[in-house]
Design a binder for this molecule. Structure first.
Ligand code: HEM
Length: 463
């Protein structure tokens, strides 16, 4: 099959503009079937009007609408985020009470995010609360993604991944059969109802809903990893982040310190910018589409019907003509207004600002404002959440959970190598299929311990 790879933002923009000529789901459903091993009749239901080009009918267009509506900013998202913040608070307090702890950083984050997401999305009686060993099954399944997708006989060559998946499916089916999903988030409940409306059995819902679990956890956890690694390997950045967060997003009541995720997003531009820069350098996802009809792109390239086109996010994120000569360098303040770096150097820390491109309030200087993209960088150049017709509906959830979690860890803990020396930046694994954010070549063993002199404090992450 012909395969076109788009490596520049200019062409990505052209492809994005002609979204209707490409199909996301014809491609993704092929992967989904291999990843989940869904039955043929389920696949047929999923394929019907998958991209929604024939109007609003079909399981996938309805599912997309439910998902998008419940994850957009508003009371449903706030409820989900509130539960996520509570789950993080519980885990981080337990970690703080345990004193110094050594272990693998990515594995610790994986467990923390996975159990918190399971609680917030699937409710207090989620399958993982009673069977935490299912996390190993998830790791086996997720770790075998590539083999499951490319192997002609995964049941032979990817046994561990298949066994992990089947354990998860069985646990999820017990969850749906027993009606425990009625205590889950509205998102999970409405998604389940939508699948039922289209005739899917509990067994097939259990299987297909694993995709949501994958989408929720697969990217957030490595992004948290890289944010922490960048902060703890750069003492100046660590100090600036800690100061900004403590000054602008923390309130005290006795020994309890409340960290407000909303205040972090509104008033801590360096943290928001660090988050976006981390996505730029580590979320090198490829947007993969089938070409639905012969189409000229930028009046230059003829893409033939039936071929695959991939927008290589990693390449576009490192284009020097767009991002500047330092495109390959991690620069925490890249997503702040231009004057920000100079302002910080002069010790100016007192401006309030909004992120997401909203204007500063009256009288506030424009410096120190987080922006969706640096000046003169076109929208199609930032591809961490996809682009065109398929944009991650979880991005509003992701930013809040990630800045909230990372800020709490930065204030409450120190992270070092196990011999006490400063953390070294792990090497990124560039060789993996770009279906999720990059992971390190080797998961580093680190020591995590409550910050000296602050052991008595109780941290509470709130929305
Ligand atoms: C930093 C973390 C995340 C990143 C980098 C990310 C990235 C992406 C990307 C790039 C896509 C589109 C794939 C494509 O264009 O080919 C996508 C889709 C999706 N993401 Fe995320 N995501 C993140 C977190 C989340 C979270 C937390 C959720 C749920 C709360 C979520 C739910 C989804 C769903 C349901 C889809 C499928 C969209 C559809 O079917 O139209 N993601 N994500």
């Amino acid at each position: 099959m012909r395969n076109y790879i788009v490596t520049t933002q200019e062409l990505a923009r052209h492809v994005q503009r002609r979204s209707e000529s490409f199909s996301f789901f014809s491609f993704v459903l092929v992967l989904t079937q291999r990843f989940l091993n869904l039955r043929d009749d389920t696949m047929q239901t999923l394929r019907a009007n998958a991209d929604g080009y024939d109007g609003f009918h079909g399981l996938l267009p309805e599912m997309r609408s439910v998902t998008k509506n419940l994850l957009r900013p508003g009371p449903d998202l706030d409820e989900l985020l509130g539960a996520q913040m509570d789950a993080f608070t519980y885990t981080l307090r337990k970690a703080a009470a345990g004193g110094a702890h050594s272990g693998k950083l990515l594995a610790w984050l994986g467990q923390t995010f996975f159990l918190a997401n399971a609680r917030s999305f699937y409710g207090p009686e989620n399958p993982f609360a009673s069977e935490p060993e299912l996390l190993d099954a998830f790791i086996d399944w997720e770790g075998g993604l590539l083999e499951l997708v490319v192997s002609p006989a995964p049941w032979l060559t990817a046994r561990k991944a298949c066994a992990g998946r089947e354990k998860l499916v069985a646990a999820m089916q017990r969850f749906f059969d027993s009606g425990r999903h009625q205590q889950a988030s509205r998102l999970v409940q409405e998604r389940t109802e939508t699948s039922k409306k289209f005739g899917l059995s509990n067994a097939e819902i259990a299987r297909s809903e694993l995709m949501l679990l994958f989408a929720v956890t697969a990217n957030a956890m490595p992004v948290a990893f890289w944010m922490l690694c960048h902060a703890f390997t750069d003492p100046n950045l660590l100090a600036a982040l800690r100061k900004q967060i403590a000054d602008r997003a923390v309130s005290a009541d006795g020994n309890t310190r409340y960290i407000s995720a909303a205040a972090l997003k509104r008033a801590c531009p360096l943290l928001v910018s660090t988050y976006r820069e981390t996505l730029r350098v580590s979320a090198n996802l490829a947007s993969v589409r089938f070409v639905r009809e012969d189409i000229w792109v930028a009046d230059q390239y003829l893409l033939k019907k039936g071929a695959i086109v991939q927008v290589a996010g990693g390449q576009v994120h490192h284009e020097k003509e767009i991002w500047g000569a330092d495109a390959d360098v991690f620069r925490a303040d890249r997503f702040m207004e231009e004057a920000a770096a100079a302002a910080r150097a002069e010790g100016e820390h007192d401006q309030q600002q909004e992120d997401s491109g909203t204007e500063p309030r009256d009288g506030e200087k424009k410096t120190e404002r987080a922006v969706p993209r640096p000046k003169n960088v076109p929208a199609a150049s930032f591809r961490a959440f996809g682009g065109g017709m398929v944009i991650c509906p979880g991005r509003h959830f992701a930013v809040m959970e990630l800045i909230g979690f990372v800020a709490t860890v930065l204030l409450a803990f120190d992270i070092s190598e196990t011999d006490g020396s400063a953390l070294l930046l792990p090497e990124k694994n560039n060789c993996k299929l770009p279906l999720g954010s990059m992971k390190p070549v080797k998961d580093p063993r680190v020591t995590i311990q409550p910050r000296q002199g602050m052991e008595y404090l109780k941290w509470d992450l709130i929305l």
